[in-house]
Design a protein around this ligand. Structure first.
Ligand code: CP3
Length: 351
């Protein structure tokens, strides 16, 4: 196994990097912290670089990916970089008609509604995404001891965009397909699992230090439906990287009732939104798994004393878990003052 023999690319990093130690439940000098969407519209340097460049173009340019990924690490001193890309990039790479519309999100030209809709969903090969490998090699040369987190969208969250045709609050069309044609549903999720494995395989082979599987919208499901219609496909993705050495983080929003199942799907670290305290979340994910989270992303708009109290509360509850990686409960909101995020990093590091 190539990945197992070379991970991590930087000798001794697994012992030195707080994020990689916390992911294994080992003690750390400081609680590691990074922010979902730390590279993005909250940063003026990001907006300057992205001016006039469509989102998906920026995701296919190794030099731009590298610079955007490094921006928040330089500014905040976070304990990880997250690779700049998007969950729809592998779909774009195999030729699916999908665009990212500013202020809306992914929009799919021909939504999947029947068996014919599966035809474009072929496996992804490394040649489909040369810029991913190139950008990761550039990043590893720059990052020193800061781990690089790669990521992909989980089959359910990708399926939701493909079936709905765009963002959805209720995921009604997705669930309608799931309930009315389970065979087609499982065939769709199986293809998406294969694409996701291919996309993550490129990242793991290029040298990422950890991976996060984003099942952002899984919280739309009750636990029984999650276990029946979704978990086996996410488990297949996570199992593909078992024993690679690369820690696997599994995250969704509004997944308080799914935390046990999301851990059991094969995560080393379960990401938690702000609705469930990390002490309770740790109880739900059980022994042998770390937790990540879970400051409310709107806490950055609170007065300094309220923010500091909320950060302390997250740290206290997180200390009850077998490993805690500090993060927001979901992505950085575009209106966030970067200075406040820098302050949160200092608070987490004990400043
Ligand atoms: O976290 C990071 O800093 C890495 C970059 C990253 C992006 N998308 C860049 C992006 C990551 C990890 C993602 C994942 C992603 N994309 C998810 C899962 C995470 C989550 O937020 O739950 C989802 C659901 C998507 C789909 C998507 N792409 C949405 C909902 C949007 C926002 C639409 C909008 O304009 O509000 C996008 C676009 C997108 N992806 C942006 C960024 C920085 C904003 C586009 C821009 O800057 O013009």
């Amino acid at each position: 196994d190539l990945a197992a023999s070379v991970w991590p690319r930087r000798a001794g990093l697994a012992q030195r990097a707080p994020l990689l130690r916390a992911a294994r439940g080992e003690p750390t000098d400081v609680t590691p912290v990074w922010f979902m969407r730390q590279a993005g519209r909250a940063l003026p340097e990001y907006r300057a670089l992205r001016a006039g460049v469509p989102m998906l173009d920026s995701c296919q340019d190794a030099a731009l990916i590298t610079e955007i990924t490094l921006q928040p690490v330089r500014r905040f001193g976070t304990d990880a970089a997250i690779f700049f890309s998007d969950i729809v990039v592998p779909l774009v790479a195999i030729g699916v008609g999908v665009d990212i519309v500013a202020g809306t999100g992914p929009v799919v030209a021909e939504p999947v509604r029947d068996a014919a809709g599966l035809a474009p969903l072929r496996p992804l090969t490394p040649d489909d995404v040369p810029y991913i490998h190139d950008a990761i090699r550039l990043l590893l040369a720059e990052l020193g001891d800061t781990p690089l987190i790669g990521f992909a969208g989980a089959p359910f969250t990708l399926a939701s965009y493909l079936v709905e045709g765009g963002p959805s609050k209720t995921h009604a069309k997705t669930k309608q397909l799931m309930y009315s044609d389970p065979a087609l549903w499982h065939a769709l999720l199986d293809r998406l699992a294969e694409i996701t494995i291919g996309f993550l395989r490129v990242q793991v082979d290029a040298g990422i230090d950890a991976l996060q599987l984003f099942d952002s919208w899984a919280g739309a499901l009750d636990e029984a439906d999650y276990r029946r219609y979704v978990a086996p496909h996410s488990a297949k993705v996570l199992a593909a990287f078992e024993g690679s050495g690369v820690p696997r983080i599994h995250f969704g929003v509004n997944t308080g009732e799914l935390l046990t199942a999301m851990g059991e799907a094969g995560a080393d670290v379960v990401g938690v939104d702000w609705r469930v305290g990390l002490d309770e979340a740790a109880r739900r994910v059980g022994p042998g798994r770390a937790v990540q989270g879970n400051l409310d992303p709107t806490a950055v708009f609170a007065p300094p004393d309220v923010l500091a109290e909320k950060v302390r509360d997250v740290l206290l509850r997180g200390s009850k878990a077998e490993g805690h990686i500090f993060n927001l409960g979901h992505g950085v909101l575009p209106e966030t003052d970067p200075g406040v995020l820098a302050h949160v990093v200092d608070l987490v590091h004990g400043g």
